[in-house]
Design a protein around this ligand. Structure first.
Ligand code: SAH
Length: 216
């Protein structure tokens, strides 16, 4: 399997035609070996235009959605970023390429460990991870310039708004279990401005400020 060729095709056929244009984001997608974040039996689909199962009933997001969320964050190399929902760790790698420091939280220990192994193998040194309920944020390292939630949130988790810096940005899929709206929230003078980007479908955010386990 010529992964380098598939990676190039992913950028040229899935990202650029749909409007992804930030050069730093595109470079990260050209560079990062996405197949290393995918279970070995599904690697044929590593660069495909759909989500792929990664275990525990979870999925790695479609490349376009990862790129779109990344662009919406408007990352700079000075940013400290919090990510909720490490999953495969692929989005984490994208963030680590574009920001200064990444803090990532996953609720499944197995996924967290797998992502950590993949990220370590690729040599990332600016990522800190933990297994916990990400809806509580990561108080110890707050505040964050940017926060990304990669699971469907029925509402905006309050601790995340509190742990966001002034002028910071929070990007998350907001809505019901089977359909959400990708939303960008900006914090300005203590107030929050919401912008809706597009419809999307993510696995649910389960936790104190997300869905409770019982409702699934
Ligand atoms: N960005 C990941 C997305 C994985 S799917 C990728 O592309 O691989 C969303 C992930 O969010 C799942 O791994 C799920 O277990 C995790 N998740 C759901 N609720 C969470 C919570 N409260 N805290 C941390 N992780 C959570």
């Amino acid at each position: 399997m010529d992964y380098a060729l598939l990676r190039k095709k992913m950028v040229l056929e899935q990202l650029i035609p749909r409007g992804i244009k930030d050069p730093r984001t595109l470079n990260a997608f050209y560079k990062i070996e996405r197949h290393k974040f995918i279970p070995s039996d599904l690697r044929n689909s590593a660069y495909a235009d759909f989500p792929v199962p990664i275990g525990e009933g979870q999925t790695i997001s479609q490349p376009y959605i990862v790129a779109l969320m990344t662009e919406c964050l408007e990352l700079t190399e000075k940013d400290k970023v919090l990510e909720i929902g490490t999953g495969s760790g692929y989005q984490t790698a994208v963030l680590a390429e574009l920001a200064k420091e990444v803090y990532s939280i996953e609720r499944f220990e197995g996924l967290g460990r797998g992502a950590e192994a993949a990220l370590n193998a690729l040599g990332y040194q600016n990522i800190k991870m933990k297994v916990a309920d990400g809806t509580l944020g990561w108080e110890e390292f707050a505040p964050f310039d940017k926060i990304i939630v990669t699971a469907a949130s029925p509402k905006v988790p309050l601790p995340l708004t509190e742990q966001l810096k002034e002028s910071g940005r929070l990007v998350l899929p907001l809505g019901e279990t089977f359909s959400q709206v990708l939303t960008v929230i900006e914090k300005k003078e203590g107030r929050f401005a919401f912008r809706e980007v597009c419809g999307c479908v993510f696995v649910p955010l389960i936790g104190k400020h997300g869905l409770s386990r019982d409702t699934l």
